[in-house]
Design a binder for this molecule. Structure first.
Ligand code: PAF
Length: 279
C-alpha cells in the first residue's frame, strides 16, 4: 500500500495505473474508519482495478463551535485497516496542501443545501463540495463512493458532479448499522455507555415514523410524533425529522413507497447523529 501526502505524488501513481490500462476508484474519508467506511472500500474493490482512499479532516466543512479540534484521528489504526482491505493508495494531505496560501475558490450547490443539515449547519455543504471537487479532480477516478447515511451529502455531490461535468460516477453505498440499529459513525465514539443506549432509539423511532407514513399517516404528523418520541427517549436536541423526496429532497406529505425517505438529526451529549430510512 502506497501512502502519499502530496497531490503531485498521488497524480504520479494514478498516471502509472492509467498507462497500464487500469480502472480507479476513490473513497474519500475523514478517517477514524469503521465498518461503514470499509463497506465503501469493499464496494470500490469489487468494481475497480485500483482503489484510492483519502484521509483528510476538512476544516472548511466544520462550523464555528463544531468538533473540528476534537474530531477523532486514528491514522495508524486506519492505515492498518486499509492495508488489510487491500487498498492500493492512501492519500493523507495536509491542510496547507489542500488550501495553500491564496486559496480563494468556493464551490456551492444551491437548493439541495438549504434544507436539513444545510439549514442546521450553515456553510457545511459549501465546505463539502469545495473539498470533494478537489479530491475528485486530484484522483481522476472512474468511480467515487459515498455512504447513504449522509444521504443529503450524496445528493449534493451528485448534483455538483452533474452540473460541473466532472468525469466520475458517484456510487452510494447502503448504511451499515450496529446490531442495535444505530448507524455507524466516527462521532459515535463521543457517546458514553449510557448515551449509547439512548442513541439506539434513534433508528427505532425513525423506523416507526416510516411505518406510520406507510400506513397512511401524513409525513409531517409522523415526523412530529417522532420529534416528541426522541425528546422522551432522552436526546438533548432534535435538529429535524422530515419526510422528503429521496432525489429532490422536497418535503412529501403522502409518499408512494420507495419515493421518499425519513431523515433525522439529533444531538446527544457531544455527538450529533444523523440517520435516514427509506419509506
Ligand atoms: O463524509 C465525509 O466523511 C466527508 O464529508 C467527506 C466526503 C470525506 C468530505 O470531507
Amino acid at each position: 500500500m502506497i501512502i502519499v501526502h502530496a497531490v503531485a505524488d498521488e497524480r504520479a501513481v494514478v498516471r502509472g495505473w492509467r498507462l497500464a490500462g487500469e480502472s480507479v476508484a476513490l473513497v474519500p474519508t475523514m478517517g477514524a474508519l469503521h465498518a461503514g467506511h470499509m463497506a465503501l472500500v469493499a464496494a470500490a474493490k469489487a468494481q475497480a482495478d485500483r482503489v484510492i482512499v483519502t484521509i483528510f479532516v476538512n476544516p472548511t466543512q466544520f462550523g464555528a463551535g463544531e468538533d473540528l479540534a476534537s474530531y477523532p484521528r486514528k491514522d495508524l489504526d486506519d492505515l492498518a485497516m486499509l492495508q488489510v482491505a487491500g487498498v492500493d493508495l492512501v492519500v493523507m494531505p495536509t491542510v496547507a496542501e489542500m488550501y495553500p496560501d491564496g486559496f480563494a475558490t468556493k464551490v456551492r450547490v444551491e437548493g439541495l443545501t438549504s434544507v436539513m443539515d444545510g439549514a442546521a449547519r450553515p456553510g457545511h455543504f459549501d465546505g463539502v463540495t469545495q473539498v470533494v471537487a478537489k479530491l475528485l479532480n486530484q484522483a481522476q477516478a472512474d468511480w467515487a463512493y459515498f455512504g447513504e447515511k449522509d444521504w443529503q451529502q450524496l445528493a449534493v455531490v451528485r448534483r455538483m458532479v452533474a452540473d460541473l461535468d466532472l468525469p466520475v460516477e458517484i456510487v452510494g453505498v447502503p448504511i451499515v448499522r450496529a446490531e442495535d440499529g444505530l448507524a455507524l459513525s466516527s462521532r459515535n465514539a463521543y457517546l458514553s455507555a449510557a448515551q449509547r443506549v439512548v442513541a439506539a432509539r434513534f433508528n427505532v423511532i425513525l423506523a416507526s415514523a416510516t411505518a406510520q407514513v406507510l400506513a397512511g399517516m401524513g409525513g409531517s404528523q409522523a415526523c412530529g410524533l417522532a420529534v416528541e418520541a426522541l425528546g422522551e427517549a432522552g436526546f438533548d436536541k432534535v435538529d429535524y425529522v422530515e419526510c422528503r423526496d429521496a432525489a429532490s429532497l422536497r418535503t412529501v406529505e403522502l409518499p408512494l413507497a420507495g419515493q421518499a425517505r425519513i431523515f433525522g438529526a439529533v444531538h446527544l451529549g457531544r455527538a450529533r447523529l444523523i440517520d435516514n430510512i427509506a419509506v
